[in-house]
Structure formats: structure tokens, C-alpha cells
Design a protein around this ligand. Structure first.
Ligand code: SF4
Length: 322
């Protein structure tokens, strides 16, 4: 079994707003092994992006605050370590790709300058060496005319090109862990396929671990090793991807699988999970899924289900299994 490189234990991130306390992440647990691709999956608002941003303490505080939990990277707790130490880790050891490349890139710096700045922040090498590495990375990302693109500004590039430049920047210091937050959401399906291909190639060539955040189970099936299904700011089912897809156990995961389109059956109507995701300001008591759950029992609106291991590497938080 591979060594754990990063883990989150009972991570809770709340936002203190005028309307009340938004419990966006309310007790998330997972372990990322060396070399694996772990997917965090769930509907919008389930807390997956806030979880990713919390791992590197990238949320503005206030209003956000990590109120509980631990994020272990080796023997460092990223929740508590000094900001100076965290800055060294960000970008160098753990890099992040954001959903919207447009807003993550600096509009007034050329792509090449942004990548070289990132390299020089962490390594003592000359500007020329940093630029050569930036060019090699852009070429590796399959960017045509990389010699020209390196001097271009973000607004001069297409959405897919910007996303590739972001990936190049995130790889510039050869990180051990890459966190990708819905990197294919803002691009069309052709670019999405190309970006997924880049990730597949990276996995084949580099000893890197990935946390891939997506709402799309088809993408999870394509690139993930294991998946953490999130609902109401918590992890509700964790298992190898094959088990999540073929043998889901949590009623919410079953609902997500039922929503997947089956292109072989053109007649089949798409299912949807009835009801809405819970309001994170007023989470329901007990299991957060109980207002939508077809299997809900009396205990479900009273007690929060605890995670139970039902088979090797497969845990579920649901009273059906207690
Ligand atoms: Fe449904 Fe109860 Fe399981 Fe929650 S704990 S998913 S409400 S059966």
C-alpha cells in the first residue's frame, strides 16, 4: 500500500457573514496516497472547492475561518503552520490549478513572466534558465508556437490556452501534489478532452499525486483512482472509483450515478435527485441528506451517521450500514 502524502481530518471551514455562519466544510476526511489521483466529487455547493482552498489556507479570513481539523503534509499541519512556511510549500510542494484561468492569471504580466516569477520565487536560478524552463513547460502542454505565446498576455489567449498556461505554471516547480479545482468547467468539450489528456500524460510520466475536484462522475471514471463523494460539507462515501461507479452504497452516490447519461440508451430519460442541496447556514439535523433521501429512517433526522468501513478501502456514512 502506498504511503499517505496528505490527509485531512475533520476539516471544518466556516464563513462568518451578516446572514449567519455558513458551514461550507463541516467535517471532511480523506487521505491522499503517493502517486494517486483522488477525486472530490459532488454537486455545486457541497464544499469541495472550499475544501481544496482550505488545504492551502487560500481563503480570505475574515470571513472564512478553519474552525477545526487538521491537514497533514508529512509531519506539518498546514492548518497551524506559520504563514511563512506555508508560502514555501504553496506552489513548490503543493500547487493548485483554479477553475477560472482567466481570473487566476495576472492580466498585466505576460504568461512567460508569470511562470518565471513563480520559478524564481522558489529556486535560485537565473532569469534565462527560468525562461527556458517556462518555454519547455508550455511546449510540454502542447501549446503551439510556444515561443510566441510566452510573451503573450492572458487576454490574447483562448480559454483552453489560458488553462494550459495555468497548468504549466503550476508544474513549474515540480510539485509533489497538484490540486485541480474543476479545471475543465469553463472550457468546451474538445478542450476538456485535451486537458484530461494532459493530466493522463502527467500521471504516466511524473510521480505526482493529484486531488481532482469535479462535479462530473464521468470525469472521475476517466481519470480517478479513488473518489470522495461529498454532501453538505462532509465526505459521505470514499472508495476506489470502480466501486463508486459500479457498486455505490450511499443513497446520495446512488442518486448521482442514476443521473449519469447512458448514451447507449437514447430513449432513457435522465434521472435527477429530487430536492435541493442543503442551505449551509441552516444544515438539517442528523444526516444532511435526509430531506432528499428515499431510504431515510427515523434515526436519520436525529443522529449524524459516522463513517463505517464496509469493505477494504470503502467507507460510507449512512445509518443503513450501522
Ligand atoms: Fe439516507 Fe439515512 Fe443514510 Fe442519510 S443516513 S443517506 S438519510 S438512509
Amino acid at each position: 500500500m502506498s504511503k499517505t502524502i496528505l490527509s485531512a481530518k475533520n476539516l471544518k471551514t466556516h464563513f462568518y457573514t451578516n446572514r449567519g455562519v455558513v458551514k461550507a466544510v463541516n467535517g471532511v476526511n480523506f487521505e491522499l496516497s503517493c502517486g494517486e489521483c483522488l477525486c472530490l466529487v459532488g454537486e455545486s455547493g457541497c464544499g469541495k472547492s472550499v475544501t481544496a482552498l482550505s488545504l492551502l489556507r487560500l481563503l480570505d479570513s475574515p470571513p472564512a475561518r478553519i474552525v477545526d481539523g487538521k491537514v497533514s503534509y508529512g509531519d506539518i499541519d498546514l492548518v497551524k503552520c506559520p504563514t511563512r512556511q506555508l508560502r514555501q510549500i504553496r506552489g513548490k510542494d503543493i500547487a493548485m490549478i483554479f477553475q477560472e484561468a482567466q481570473s487566476a492569471l495576472n492580466p498585466v504580466l505576460s504568461i512567460g513572466n508569470q511562470i518565471t516569477e513563480q520559478i524564481k520565487l522558489h529556486e535560485k536560478i537565473s532569469r534565462r534558465q527560468a525562461r527556458d524552463r517556462a518555454l519547455a513547460l508550455l511546449e510540454e502542454m502542447g501549446i503551439p508556437s510556444a515561443e510566441r505565446v510566452i510573451d503573450a498576455y492572458p487576454h490574447q489567449l483562448s480559454g483552453g490556452m489560458k488553462q494550459r498556461a495555468m497548468i504549466a505554471m503550476s508544474l513549474s516547480c515540480d510539485p509533489q501534489i497538484l490540486i485541480a479545482d474543476e479545471p475543465t468547467t469553463a472550457v468546451d468539450v474538445t478542450i476538456q478532452a485535451q486537458i484530461l489528456e494532459i493530466f493522463r500524460n502527467l500521471r504516466a510520466r511524473k510521480q505526482m499525486s493529484f486531488i481532482f475536484i469535479t462535479h462530473d462522475l464521468a470525469i472521475v471514471n476517466e481519470i480517478g483512482d479513488r473518489a470522495v463523494v461529498m454532501y453538505g460539507g462532509r465526505d459521505v462515501e470514499t472508495a476506489p472509483v470502480s466501486q463508486i461507479i459500479n457498486n455505490p452504497r450511499h443513497p446520495y452516490t446512488k442518486g448521482l450515478i442514476a443521473c449519469l447519461p447512458d448514451i447507449s440508451k437514447t430513449e432513457k430519460r435522465l434521472e435527477s435527485i429530487p430536492g435541493n442541496t442543503p442551505n449551509p447556514i441552516e444544515l438539517p439535523p442528523g444526516c444532511p441528506f435526509h430531506p432528499r433521501c428515499p431510504k431515510a429512517m427515523e434515526i436519520c433526522n436525529r443522529d449524524m451517521p459516522l463513517p463505517i468501513t464496509i469493505s477494504q478501502g470503502h467507507t460510507v456514512s449512512c445509518h443503513l450500514y450501522t
